[in-house]
Design a binder for this molecule. Sequence first.
Ligand code: CU
Length: 167
Amino acid sequence: MVASSGTLVGCGLWKVSNTSFDGSGSEVAEAAGWTRMVATQHYLFVLNVLPGEEMFSHADHMAHHPTEGELIIKGEGLPLGRNVRHVEAHVYDIATGLAISTQAPTIELTNRTTGEVAKVPAALMHDVNIGELDLHFGNNVHVAPDSDISVKISLHGEEASVDGHLD
Ligand SMILES: [Cu+2]
């Protein structure tokens, strides 16, 4: 499966840079995070790996009105911390082009440098500013610095994987 660069809306990084990057471009962008797009028979997956994001429950959101971060629609957001990244998967039905929000994919991150494998709990959320157009699954996960990683995503038996480096 060939992964290519995406230009769809993701979380954080797109607020500071709307440039498409795919690993052949800026090393600075590659260090901070990246976007990959991959399709299976029925689904288009747009995967973003970004700096850690703060996630808020509906109650947190109503109480504190955060101006950045993510609103959890379903599931639980894991805390920020040292070397924490935010992995997210935007899932689209290829036949309709619509975002899928009712069936959570399985997301797994393999650190090929350290050998660690981590399941990324697929909470449903969207950016507090962008709103429902940014609907996606994902969570925060620890990734050691200077690592080559693979992110594997599967839904209803259809599986795809993308690779990238994080400084
Ligand atoms: Cu997110």
